[in-house]
Design a binder for this molecule. Structure first.
Ligand code: NAD
Length: 353
């Protein structure tokens, strides 16, 4: 049985709490034993004002867990933890993850990995020194619709990628601890917090681009770039771009459209669809009369659950985390920093390697 703890039960932490409770109900071999949050009110079942549907909707019986308001005290008293989920504001990811690793606990830490490359490096070095696992919650790598896309890119089932567009956006987060989401030095704005999902996906699918050209705008005082658009420049010339903002009047949405030589794949709020022209021998030529979109069925398992189950499985079977490695997450941080630099230079190309 893997013994787990959670540090931080704000909006996202409550999603993790939901999942751990589900794992226990479904006998997945994971037992949540301890929870820590500096804010006592979080143990009183407040309703999080969160915009990810279904993630933070539980009423919890906290008497079933040992609850702490201080990380050091929790780590002192909880000597049998195999893993912790670190779901605190981004500016605390490095400090708290390293404390846990140094105590010999495997760490699953939410995205973005940390605020800068030095912190990422420190997290990786600390994990190595302690001989413990570290994984960052870049959840799109576990997401059915994005896994299908990855498989299409890898196998070239529809030929090579010609162009790809990724979008994510919605209203701004209003719920955070001390409003850290809107403080540049604590959260890094939409470009750092929300856009990072698509940055990581671009990195996962196509590797590091040679250069990025980004434009961004600051909208909330004290925040960073709250809306951003980036072109990723690759040597083979494929057109890859991504747009993100959290300045919208309401809601949340995510979208991709990827054109292959012989098909177009679209993921939107109605599902995943493919317009498949692979009956053509070569590419879609000017004689082609067109096709129509058909639905693609993919796994509907929650990525927020599968990422934790994967991590726990690595611990249980004494395997390294060789998928979604912390080095991958760190290279995504490097990429987003190049985008920030390009935004600061009003869209000038910035090298990433
Ligand atoms: N994977 C995703 O899709 C996704 C979605 C949302 C948020 N996140 C990430 O999850 C993390 C948390 O985001 P959130 O929306 O839950 O923020 P939040 O502000 O709602 O919650 C943070 C919690 O951490 C607690 N906390 C602060 N300092 C602490 C400390 N020293 N020790 C213990 N607890 C402490 C706060 O009291 C609060 O309850 C962020 O890194 C965010 O980027 C990931």
């Amino acid at each position: 049985m893997i013994k787990a703890g959670i540090i931080g039960i704000g909006s996202m932490g409550r999603g993790h709490l939901n999942n751990y409770i589900k794992f226990m109900r479904e006998n997945k071999g994971i037992e949540l034993v301890a929870i820590c949050d500096v804010d006592e009110k979080k143990f009183e079942n407040y309703k999080a004002d969160f915009n990810l549907e279904g993630v933070a909707d539980g009423n919890f019986d906290f008497s079933k867990f040992r609850c702490y308001t201080n990380v050091d005290e929790m780590l002192e008293k909880e000597t049998e933890l195999d893993m912790v989920s670190v779901i605190v504001p981004t500016y605390l990811h490095c400090e708290i993850s390293c404390k846990c690793l140094e105590k010999g606990i495997n760490v699953f830490c939410e995205k973005p990995m940390a605020l800068n490359l030095e912190e990422c490096e420190r997290m990786i070095t600390t994990a190595k020194k302690a001989g413990k696992r570290l994984m960052i919650g870049q959840c799109l790598r576990f997401w059915g619709e994005y896994n299908y896309l990855k498989e299409c890119v890898e196998t070239e089932r529809f030929g090579k990628v010609i162009a790809a567009y990724f979008y994510r956006g919605g209203s701004t987060p209003l719920w955070s601890f001390g409003d850290w989401y809107h403080k540049k030095e604590l959260g890094g704005g939409a470009i750092y917090d929300q856009h990072i999902h698509d940055v990581d996906m671009v990195n996962y699918l196509f590797g590091m681009p040679e250069k990025v050209c980004s434009t961004g705008i600051n909208y909330y005082e004290g925040s960073n770039f709250d809306a951003v658009s980036t072109n990723y420049i690759y040597p083979d010339g494929k057109v890859v771009n991504s747009q993100n903002d959290w300045c919208q009047a309401c809601g949340f949405g995510a979208f991709y459209r990827v054109n292959f030589e012989k098909a177009t794949l679209v993921y939107d709020n109605t599902g995943l669809h493919v317009a498949d022209a692979s009956d053509r021998n070569g590419k879609i030529d000017l004689e082609y009369k067109g096709t129509s979109y058909k639905d693609v069925e993919v796994s509907k398992e929650s990525a927020y659950e599968t990422e934790i189950l994967y991590f726990a499985d690595c611990i249980r079977n004494n395997k390294p985390v060789d998928f979604n490695t912390p080095e991958d997450s760190m290279s995504t941080i490097k990429l987003v920093h190049a985008e920030i630099e390009s935004c600061e230079k009003k869209g000038e190309p910035v090298k990433t390697v």
